[in-house]
Write a new protein. Structure first.
Length: 328
């Protein structure tokens, strides 16, 4: 089965979503998501100008060979633009393989091992009190996991605090937003936030938090230690993803923090110097690996395949997801 054509589709009211569609000589097509928040058109250009010409004529079934070709065939490797483009190709080719086999993709990858996926709601507020109210609203809707993000006193804008409720859209403008930042103010405020949230929701709700790469390894350790009493399900992206010190910082004080450390709960597909991409699923990952890229495309996959774990979801109600209602 040869790849005969591929095209990039950019569309959506109010922002850009990037979709790759691959076509074959047997009439089968596959789609993959290539959206990179804030740099969508860079990925679209990378696919159109560099990747698609390399795909024409290749056997669509040779997924691993094509991945290695696209990854190792370029002198400049990795980076979010390159890996988002390769991930779209990878997803589209798996889509084609499943269609050719006339099977759901999870059947090709080992079969069903669970009946649902726990998802989380994103609760944010301009201050501590509003954030607690939003967390309680998600609890009333039946969510078992809730990510809490709050404004920080003394800072005008903070990542994770959006303009609306029951959703969070990180691409908030045509150009990236500029935010002031103070690690000290953030580190003093965040334990107060989770003290209030934990008291409000009780011990049975999974609490999550996204730092968005803002901290140094030692600051991340300090944050993890200060949040230990509140039993967070994960701390997401505590240090920059390619910060070697973040990977090596691993103390009992912050074993629940994602973004660094061998024994930490990971909230991204990849941490540290591993050369493999975040957008692939590897059975060798021994810890929970929570995938953020293209959640809609992979929700059923993560539900059914061993080795994949709880899938994040940023939008509102989960009613109807796999027919299980809001309390997955």
């Amino acid at each position: 089965m040869k790849i005969t054509n591929a095209r990039v589709i950019v569309c959506s009211p109010g922002r850009n979503f990037v979709t790759l569609k691959i076509e074959t000589d047997e009439g089968l097509t596959g789609i993959g998501d290539a959206t990179l928040n804030g740099r969508e058109l860079a990925v679209a250009s990378y696919l159109t100008d560099h990747v698609i010409p390399c795909l024409i004529g290749h056997d669509a079934h040779q997924i691993e060979d094509i991945w290695q070709y696209l990854y190792k065939g370029a002198y400049w490797r990795r980076g979010p633009v390159t890996m988002s483009a390769i991930a779209a190709v990878d997803t589209a080719l798996w889509d084609i393989k499943a269609k050719a086999a006339n099977l759901p993709l999870y059947q090709l990858l080992g079969g069903r091992s669970r009946t649902g996926v726990m998802v989380y709601g994103h609760a944010n507020g301009k201050d501590l009190e509003q954030t607690v109210d939003e967390v309680l609203r998600y609890k009333e809707m039946g969510y078992q996991a809730i990510r809490a993000q709050s404004g920080v006193p003394g800072l005008d804008k903070v990542y994770g605090v959006g303009k609306g409720t029951l959703f969070y859209e990180p691409a908030d403008a045509d150009l990236p937003s500029e935010h002031d930042w103070s690690s000290e103010k953030y580190l003093l405020h965040t334990p107060k936030l989770f003290d209030a949230v934990r008291q409000a929701v009780g011990p049975d709700i999974h609490l999550l938090h996204d730092v968005h790469h803002r901290l140094t390894p030692i600051e991340a350790a300090r944050l993890g230690k200060s949040l230990e009493p509140y039993h967070l399900f994960w701390i997401e992206d505590a240090t920059p993803g390619r910060e070697p010190g973040g990977v090596q910082t691993d103390t009992p004080a912050h074993h629940h923090a994602a973004g660094g450390g061998r024994n930490l709960q990971l909230a991204v597909g990849l941490q540290g110097p591993d050369p493999e991409p975040a957008d692939r699923l590897h059975p060798r990952h021994s810890g929970p690996c929570r995938r953020h890229h293209a959640p809609a495309a992979h929700c059923r996959l993560c539900r059914d395949v061993p080795g994949t774990h709880r899938l994040p979801r940023r939008d509102g109600s989960v009613t109807g997801v796999h027919g299980h209602g809001p309390a997955l």
